[in-house]
Each structure stands twice: as structure tokens, then as C-alpha cells.
Ligand binder design. Structure first.
Ligand code: MN
Length: 209
């Protein structure tokens, strides 16, 4: 059974950047639905041998081994939705550390030139993703940082890049439409106020160790 990330803050805690109704609907309806559909689908497959790790990352890496196309798509969409939202909700905080320090800060400067340049690249990735999807900051197998975007509930793991996302921004309309309407770039500009770099730093450390 995959368990949904437990929110350590209230639905209204990220106001005014993310309104309470959007948070409540996003977490208690959308994310719950992805989680339940994933768990139901996982009961119909036998993906792992006894000695294999059955975590969500390993599940997403094994999609190709699911022969039934409908079931494979169900696990791809809902497993992606489960993983992506766990990441998204865990890097948001009402007490966000608004800039990275230490090894991640140095890596960002070396790769993108500055934190602002990285934010610009991520905002562009999110704003130019046509339809629903995600913008990502990921760590490659070599320990480098890359920005990308994915459609639907895909992510760099599902795409088979070997990269691990450490920061994900949901650009589905359900993530911002109640407050920002059609203005996705405005949502992307504002969300940096609640992205907690302490959480991203921890994800980075885990990815490179
Ligand atoms: Mn979402």
C-alpha cells in the first residue's frame, strides 16, 4: 500500500500564494484519487520479487514490464500522480527557506549562474508546457542538475532519463486556476515564496550520496 504524504501544514497555511480551497481540493481530492487508483491497480500486478524494493520509484522504473496496456497506463498515470504530488507538497512550506545554501547553492550557481537564472528556467519550463504537466529540477546519475518538463503525470523517472527530481512544480490547472485563472506565469512567479529550499537541499543530498 502506498501512503500519501501527510501534510505538515494546514490547507490555508500557504495563503495568499496558494489559497485554502485549492490546497484542500488538490490534496484531499486529486492526490487521494491518484493514490487510491494506484493502490487498486497494484493489486492486479505482481511486479516485484521478494528481495526487490517495492517503492514508488522502483515501480515507475518497471512500467515496461507490465504487459497489459490499460493497466500499465493506469499505473503510469496514477503512480506518477502519487509520486509527483508527494514531492510537490513536501517542498512547500509556510515557513519556507527562500534560498538554498551549502552544496546545492554552489551547484546551482555553477550550473545556471544564479538562483534567479534557475527560477527563470523552471518558470519557462512550466509556462511553456502545453496543457497539463510539471516542471522539474532533477539530479542526473553524474550528480548534475537539469531543468525539464513533462506532460500529464509523467516525470523524469517515468521518462527513463535516470534523473531523479528534487523539485517539482505542478502546472495542471487544478494547481492554480481558482486563484490565478489563466495566468500560469503569475502562479509560477508567486510559488517561489512558499518553496522550501531546506526540503530541496535534503532531496539533493539524498540524490547525490
Ligand atoms: Mn496536481
Amino acid at each position: 500500500m502506498f501512503e500519501q504524504y501527510k501534510l505538515p501544514y494546514a490547507y490555508d497555511a500557504l495563503e495568499p500564494v496558494i489559497d485554502a480551497l485549492t490546497m484542500e481540493t488538490h490534496y484531499s481530492k486529486h492526490h487521494v484519487a491518484y493514490t487510491n487508483a494506484l493502490n487498486a491497480a497494484m493489486e492486479q500486478v505482481d511486479l516485484f520479487k521478494e528481495d526487490e524494493c517495492p517503492c514508488i520509484r522502483c515501480t515507475l522504473k518497471k512500467l515496461d514490464s507490465i504487459e497489459d496496456e490499460a493497466l500499465r497506463n493506469t499505473i503510469r498515470n496514477n503512480g506518477g500522480g502519487f509520486f509527483n504530488h508527494n514531492l510537490y507538497f513536501s517542498i512547500l512550506s509556510p515557513e519556507a527557506k527562500t534560498a538554498p545554501t551549502g552544496a546545492l547553492a554552489e551547484k546551482i550557481d555553477a550550473t545556471f549562474g544564479s538562483l534567479d537564472a534557475l527560477k527563470e528556467a523552471l518558470n519557462k519550463a512550466g509556462a511553456t508546457r502545453f496543457g497539463s504537466g510539471w516542471a522539474w529540477l532533477s539530479v542526473t546519475k553524474e550528480g548534475d542538475l537539469v531543468v525539464s518538463s513533462s506532460p500529464n503525470q509523467d516525470n523524469p523517472i517515468i521518462e527513463g532519463t535516470g534523473n531523479l527530481p528534487i523539485l517539482g512544480i505542478d502546472v495542471w490547472e487544478h494547481a492554480y486556476y481558482l486563484k490565478y485563472k489563466n495566468l500560469r506565469p503569475k502562479y509560477l512567479e508567486e510559488i517561489w515564496k512558499v518553496i522550501d529550499w531546506a526540503a530541496v537541499e535534503k532531496n539533493y543530498e539524498d540524490a547525490v550520496k
